[in-house]
Design a protein around this ligand. Sequence first.
Ligand code: FES
Ligand code: MG
Length: 575
Amino acid sequence: MSTRRTPEELRSHQWYGTDGLRSFSHRARTRQLGYLPEEHLGKPVIAILNTWSDINPCHVHLRDRAQAVKRGVWQAGGFPLEFPVSTLSETFQKPTPMFYRNMLAMETEELLRSYPVDGAVLLGGCDKSTPALLMGAASVDLPTVFVPAGPMLPGHWRDEILGSGTDMWKYWDDKRAGLIGDCEMAELENGLARSPGHCMTMGTASTLTAAAEAMGVTVPGASSIPAVDSGHDRMAAQSGIRIVELVWQQLTLSKILTAEAYEDAVATVLALGGSTNAVIHLIAMAGRSGVELSLDDFDRIARTVPVLANLRPGGQYLMEDFHFAGGLPGFLSRLTDVLHLDRPTVSHTSMREQLDGALVHNAEVIRERDNPLAEEGGVAVLRGNLCPDGAVIKHIAAEPHLLRHTGPAVVFDDYKEMQRTINDPALAITADHVLVLRNAGPKGGPGMPEYGMLPIPDYLLKQGVRDMVRISDARMSGTSYGACVLHIAPESYVGGPLALVRTGDAITLDVGARLLHLDVPEEELTHRRAEWTPPPNRFGRGYGALYQDQITQADTGCDFAFLSRQGDVPDPYAG
Ligand code: FES
Ligand code: MG
């Protein structure tokens, strides 16, 4: 190929291959690492960015997978070097790993820029890891392959199959309603998550890794391979082989993460009935790629794609079923009319060639076009005087009778107040009320915690109520469900209209009309706005201070303003 690089054109050549003292020193230090000159000189240096950690059950197998990637890199004639990077554990990290997504993005970018790296393999999958790694890599724009961590095995309890997250919420509600006791809960604790790997429902992790595969930054079929399947090792080795060739071909990330690729990622996410978190992450990723992607693009594309994946929380099955039903290639083969197929991918073939021959083996898991789970994509974008810059709802995971509803608001000023008072009978909440949580947005949360599936009061659960209209500036776990309006922008903490709602105000949700309306006269809202005082800043120093200074609102992806700006960063060797 005419664009094929020579060894002297490799970026790492500046570190290792020139005549000066610095090159001598880098070679001497590589001898110190135990490598012979012929093991690395003139070869593409491949950074393997590993989000493995003892505390991250979703990534605990990635230490082994990095070895498989290295195996592939060596065999293809590259020089692999593993870099440990921050781990974002959805389960353990507080206030939420969303608070640290941009930190991992920044770490990814600066590591790749500052070291002698020619290409990168990124290992991750737990929720925010995928966007964080790809955002950072997109800003550096080296050849890059993403290795998704893979879903954990299906959960089991007695004769039931369990979805991590989804069934945790369900059984927790059953416990609160007095339907099951401590013995059952102890068994559930053992059965809910029974192998390494990310959540095996179509939660945020599966949604974002599927988006990565749809965009073409993984090898084909990678995203649904169960984390502990031997096929996952083989996929990792194949990714190592591929990245070396991508470096020689100069197939940089920006040639893959195009505007068309982002459109296809949106279509994929919506047809999967994927997580609402994908809206924020894909907008942020697109920003790093210099691609304009807005909330309105999601709503537009949602009207053109049906939901075809019968996966929890919206459907019935789990990721292992999806994998054996044909995985993402099978799934995408049902959407070829809406996808841009002549795009390059990391596999040296166009998306069209990749999908050629892809089959669906189970039409119950991956539905036919004429038998969808929903006629339209899973996420709707709402507008109205409560959310001038937009809000989202995953309407396919809500009880249909709530999709057009007017009810009186019950307002909670923050999460702690809600926890303290939600079960207080004095609030006299009925199934018709609209639960409102504020100060849970990007700045107010901080980090937009996944508080958006507000709990239904115990006394209503006992009456059999399982869904209510709930609105907030928070996010919701990709494994959650219900009539939850999320991501209200601007958020209440910065003075968005959500800050002005009072208990008893009527709120109308009309998903068909894409409307969220606060039924209070404009003069009254003006009056309330004049009375509103901004809350004090939370952080006096540290990362939190940087965060509160730089975080952008949900409709623009919650990136840091200084990271999402376009502009050049000098090459470290230029100075
Ligand atoms: Fe890691 Fe769900 S906790 S993906
Ligand atoms: Mg999650």
